[in-house]
Design a protein. Structure first.
Ligand SMILES: [Zn+2]
Length: 295
């Protein structure tokens, strides 16, 4: 089958010794050299298909005697050459770097196609803006470009301090998947990631908290007030970026049709950029959210 050969992504094409070439250095794929192979591989830019390479070789590399199609298939089977049409094609613009990553990892880049059209919205306050902007940068690089949708498939709700619970009413009512990110002093909590009716919700979270902190409902009722007194958070730049990374990982897992780690869990980042804590949030027996699905 024809394909568009490209040298293994990110791997330089090198001469190893008089009779061998090498692709990459970690540790590198060794290929027996033969007359005309090096100039042929230099033509394998991912834009030309095998038939075009063969035609160019007939014209400009007379010393090449092997069948180009067979050779390219062989080089592809050992990982020295990849099929660039799996990354760069109409409809795959914006996800090319991710597609190369997925392909080199042995997975199908077609899994990434939903990223180009997936609709995300990220609501945030002033204090959470730096984390959100860093996460948006990662998501854009990963090919998720619709991050300000008015009709989101996923809503991220970022705030410094616990948000007023009213912000969850609309996504729950409309069945929109949502993920809270809460800056809490010198750390950042993600989760629970809520698929309404299918996974434990923020009310489950609050009822569990009320089980061990009976003042929690009284605390929650004050969160909506604009008179709250709060000093800006104590998040270091590296921890802010670590939290942004974790947020992006959760969003990408969801967009790719996988299960984010924060489904039925909370994940805390900080105070150090390497510090993580995680705990489960189960359905609470007094919450009715699981009835949404049964209805
Ligand atoms: Zn619930």
């Amino acid at each position: 089958m024809s394909f568009r050969p490209a040298i293994r992504p990110g791997a330089p094409l090198l001469r190893r010794d008089i009779t061998h070439l090498q692709v990459g250095t970690s540790p590198g794929i060794v290929v027996s050299d033969q007359p005309g192979l090096l100039p042929l591989l230099r033509l394998a830019d991912g834009a030309r298909d095998v038939a075009r390479l063969a035609a160019m070789a007939r014209e400009s590399i007379p010393e090449l005697t092997v069948d180009v199609a067979l050779l390219m298939n062989e080089l592809r089977s050992v990982g020295a050459v990849f099929d660039a049409s799996r990354w760069s094609a109409p409809g795959r613009r914006g996800v090319e770097p991710e597609a190369r990553h997925t392909d080199v990892g042995g997975n199908d880049p077609a899994l990434l196609l939903p990223r180009a059209t997936f609709r995300v919205a990220i609501h945030h306050d002033a204090a959470s803006r730096p984390i959100v902007e860093a996460a948006q940068s990662i998501l854009t690089m990963a090919g998720v470009v619709d991050l300000d949708s008015t009709d989101p498939q996923l809503l991220v709700i970022a705030s410094c301090g616990e948000p007023a619970r009213t912000v969850f009413e609309r996504p729950i009512l409309h069945g929109v998947d949502h993920l809270p990110l809460v800056i809490d002093e010198d750390r950042v909590r993600l989760g629970p990631f809520v698929r309404p009716g299918r996974t434990p919700c923020i009310t489950c979270h609050d009822l569990h908290r009320t089980d061990w902190d009976r003042a929690w409902p009284a605390i929650l009722s004050q969160l909506a007030r604009h008179t709250l007194t709060m000093t800006p958070p104590a998040i270091s730049a590296t921890t802010a970026h670590a939290a942004a990374l974790e947020l992006a990982v959760e969003v990408l897992a969801h967009v790719d049709g996988l299960a984010p780690r924060t489904l039925g869990r909370c994940l805390a980042v900080g105070p150090g950029p390497d510090d993580r804590a995680s705990w489960p949030i189960a359905f609470h027996h007094r919450c009715t959210c699981d009835l949404l699905n049964a209805a």
